[in-house]
Design a protein. Structure first.
Length: 161
């Protein structure tokens, strides 16, 4: 999607830059160095006069992520979370002081940081349609690793989504 929007995008996460040590890290405790390696953002994006940014991509049945998940990336300045859910694509700019669950209220195509024009918004809409079609075939329990009982805004695990 970012390539279609005129950005240069480079893979950055550990699974891309250091694939040989990804599995080896499972044998180590979460030291400062191990955490910095485990939680490298997925991409770095560049475009003309747009300041280079780290990009972490998350797929969810809803656009919620936890502050704990967000805080793993606090070592990386200017990280943008791109959160794909079954209905839309959202962008989130971390506030590392926030606690609990976080829901982005910024629909990616309307993100003021990017200032997308109408053509770019149409490109994003096309990607949203593709994302929606992918979610149709996913099991409904994909988010069960998130404890919905800790947040009443989340549907109970036993309910269909």
């Amino acid at each position: 999607m970012f390539n279609k929007l005129g950005f240069t995008i480079e893979k950055f996460g550990i699974e891309n830059k250091l694939p040989k040590i990804t599995n080896l890290l499972k044998n180590f405790e979460n030291t400062t160095t191990v955490k910095k390696l485990r939680y490298m953002p997925d991409f770095v994006i560049f475009k003309d006069n747009f300041e280079p940014r780290f990009l972490e991509v998350k797929f969810r049945h809803n656009s919620l992520v936890t502050s704990k998940q967000i805080n793993h990336y606090s070592n990386y300045p200017n990280v943008i979370f791109l959160i794909y859910d079954k209905d839309n694509i959202y962008s989130y700019y971390p506030d590392y002081e926030t606690k609990g669950y976080i829901k982005s209220d910024i629909v990616f195509k309307d993100d003021p940081v990017f200032e997308f024009n109408d053509i770019e918004k149409n490109i994003i809409e096309g990607f949203i349609k593709v994302t929606k079609s992918l979610y149709i075939n996913l099991p409904t329990n994909i988010d069960d690793r998130i404890d919905s009982s800790a947040n009443p805004a989340l549907p109970a695990k036993s309910q269909k989504r």
